[in-house]
Design a protein around this ligand. Structure first.
Ligand code: PRP
Ligand code: URA
Length: 208
């Protein structure tokens, strides 16, 4: 059984998303808003990460604090996922970053994996898969399949814009993976782009 996607409706998230959607927003500004939104989405996505009690010493006394119970692995799907992972890594600097490269075929939108560098600790880690766009769901599903084959079992998918088609694809292929998103848009156009969406996230991030 899958759980419904968690849509982050916090006004700050929506203000950053609005700036990203605007066609005239230049790459540097687009990236800045993407990074701020990444911080918010990850804060929500990590809300129920398990922690364990640790004994620490303040300048005055011994006391109890919290540490993450498991390692955290961030998995940006190249390229556009990098805009999310760079910001999130500042929040969890001890996280490991695993890169997965997937490009959509321009005609069919089918995912074409081209790169993968995964750590050995996936099986004992909390794994966050990062991609601004969930369109057909092909890229996210393929990335998560790779990660599961490599041992990952505690996975969360974080995206900026999703749509019902991609959500359905994810929920039928990977019902165990929660989806955190800032928006569920109307659907896809003939070229499999999200409408209204924000265009090609990689191109807008990197100015290509
Ligand atoms: C975009 C986006 C996702 C994918 C989403 O990447 O960043 O990875 O498309 O589409 P899907 O849900 O239909 O698979 P793209 O393949 O354009 O690569 P890029 O990030 O290198 O531009
Ligand atoms: N990839 C993007 O970057 N944007 C879309 O709308 C769909 C796929």
């Amino acid at each position: 059984m899958s759980t419904p996607p968690l849509v982050v409706t916090h006004p700050l998230a929506q203000i950053h998303l609005t700036a990203m959607r605007q066609a005239e927003t230049p790459s540097a500004v687009f990236r800045w808003h993407l990074q701020r939104l990444a911080e918010i989405l990850f804060t929500v996505a990590s809300r129920s990460l398990e922690t364990e009690s640790v004994t620490i010493r303040t300048p005055l006394a011994e006391t109890q604090g919290e540490a993450f119970a498991r390692p955290i692995v961030l998995v940006p799907i190249l390229r556009a996922g990098l805009g999310l992972s760079e910001a999130i890594l500042l929040l969890v600097p001890d996280a490991t970053v695993a890169h997965i490269g997937i490009a959509r075929c321009e005609e069919t939108a089918l995912p074409k994996p081209y790169y993968s560098k995964l750590p050995a600790i996936l099986g004992i880690s909390d794994v966050f898969v990062l991609d601004p766009m969930l369109a057909t769901g092909g890229s996210a599903c393929a990335a998560i399949t790779q990660l599961k084959q490599a041992g990952a079992s505690r996975l969360t998918f974080i995206c900026v814009v999703s749509n019902p088609f991609g959500i359905e694809a994810m929920q039928s292929a990977h019902p165990d993976v929660p989806i955190i998103t800032a928006a569920i848009d109307d659907g896809l156009n003939d070229l499999f782009y999200i409408v209204p969406g924000l265009g090609d996230a990689g191109d807008r991030c990197f100015g290509t």
